[in-house]
Design a protein around this ligand. Structure first.
Ligand SMILES: Nc1ncnc2c1ncn2[C@@H]1O[C@H](COP(=O)(O)OP(=O)(O)O)[C@@H](O)[C@H]1O
Ligand SMILES: [Mg+2]
Length: 382
């Protein structure tokens, strides 16, 4: 689960990282009062779980309380990369001398944590990382040793951060470990003209597997922002909304992940991740199809099942029964392989739904689904 900036900011403060004074509201009237409380001027910041808010016009300096109200009114309701702004945070403006970037992330490729830091933080960090990778230090952190003062000093030195950043690096490691986060990022960490070091923006991704011991995050905080994800979660589906147009259903996380790759390899973009798991019932198939078909971005659906414990005929039965309760409005490409594949294919052949096609290989199925997403007319045989 990703946290909002204001939630990340609270965690930082609890761990002794200095943050500007700030308050959150969903009302522009209240924004005026908050700005007054902050001394008049305020930075009005959209609270959405996506980066690049500044470039999207979601972070603006207001010179006085009246301007803060006006700015809050402009930003509330704004759409930033598909996220609607429902709350703004008003933060005390800080007199920035330099902006740095610091983060810790679980790096699955190397199987350890990575400290990533740069003396050239701020809104252009992606560009810096892409064009001058040498300006961004990437240093593995031994999870058993953690970030000691000595380790933090090495990170700060490698990235060219000022000595005051060492303390922040140690505390930020404390946030990662004690709050069970997979990612903590501060961009920008700033040095003010007075020489103070403050975290002006924060991103924290918590480890969902550790939620049982992080009781502070109740149902409200973990509420899904995406209505499709919320619906899927309510039905107990393992669903993640993505940006593409090919709906994907598979059994087993690994197979679904590789299906996403194969769809991308065919020049299309997957619309979601959905793992129906082993022993998928007709109900689960119907629930999954229902969620995917209600995604307006979806143009075709790919079902990729490798029968192991789950037999393909049971999956085919599930699809047929799902078709009774869900009105299929988009082409569906099904690839069944493994346990009882022939029987499963026969069941779908018998059903002969005009929008359902079968493929025998994963590549072939992904290609068909990608073609259909581009041009649904190619469903009709010439
Ligand atoms: N409290 C603040 N005082 C002064 N400048 C700020 C403040 N908060 C943010 N900024 C400026 O706005 C930029 C963008 O804000 P940030 O919170 O990093 O949003 P995002 O990363 O989503 O664009 C920062 O790089 C910083 O230059
Ligand atoms: Mg930022």
């Amino acid at each position: 689960m990703d946290l909002y900036e204001h939630q990340a900011r609270e965690l930082f403060a609890e761990h002794g990282i200095v943050v500007p004074r700030a308050e959150v509201t969903s009302s522009s009237k209240e924004a005026r009062a908050i700005a007054r409380g902050l001394g008049g001027r305020a930075v009005v910041k959209a609270q959405v779980k996506t980066g690049g808010r500044g470039k999207a016009g979601g972070v603006k300096l207001a010179a006085d309380p009246a301007a803060a109200e006006l700015t809050a009114r402009q930003i509330l309701g704004m759409d930033i990369k598909g996220h609607t702004v429902r709350k703004v945070m008003l933060a005390q403006p800080v007199d920035i001398e330099s902006e740095f970037y610091v983060s810790y992330v679980l790096d699955r490729a190397t199987g350890t944590f990575l400290a990533i830091a740069s003396a050239e933080g701020g809104m252009d960090i992606e560009e810096v990382a892409a064009t001058r990778p040498e300006a961004v230090a990437r240093i593995p952190v031994d999870p058993a040793e953690g970030v000691t003062t000595a380790a933090a000093a090495r990170i700060a030195h490698a990235a060219g951060l000022p000595p005051q950043a060492v303390d922040v690096l140690v505390r930020l490691w404390g946030v990662l470990t004690r709050e069970d986060a997979l990612l903590v990022e501060v961009n920008p960490l700033v040095r003010t003209a007075q020489g103070d070091i403050l975290a002006l923006d924060g991103k924290v991704t918590l480890d969902d597997n550790a939620r049982f011991r992080q009781q502070r995050w109740g149902a409200q905080e973990i509420a899904h922002d995406d209505p499709l994800e919320a619906r899927a979660a309510a039905k107990g589906l393992n669903y993640v909304k993505l940006d593409g147009e090919v709906g994907v259903i598979g059994n087993g996380a690994g197979l679904v992940m590789s299906t996403l790759d194969v769809v991308a390899g065919c020049g299309a973009r997957p619309a979601n991740f959905l793992d129906i798991g082993g022993g998928a019932s007709a109900q689960v198939m119907a629930d999954g199809l229902g969620v995917i078909l209600d995604d307006p971005a979806v143009r075709s659906v790919l079902v990729n099942v490798f029968g192991g414990i789950t037999a393909c005929d049971a999956v085919a039965d599930g699809i047929v029964r799902a078709l009774e309760s869900v009105r299929l409005t988009k082409p569906l490409v099904v690839r069944l392989d493994g346990n009882n594949a022939a029987r499963g294919r026969a069941i779908l052949d018998d059903r002969a739904h005009p929008l359902v096609r079968q493929a025998t290989t994963m590549d072939g199925a992904a290609r068909q689904a990608a073609d259909l997403a581009r041009d649904p007319a190619c469903l009709n045989p010439a």
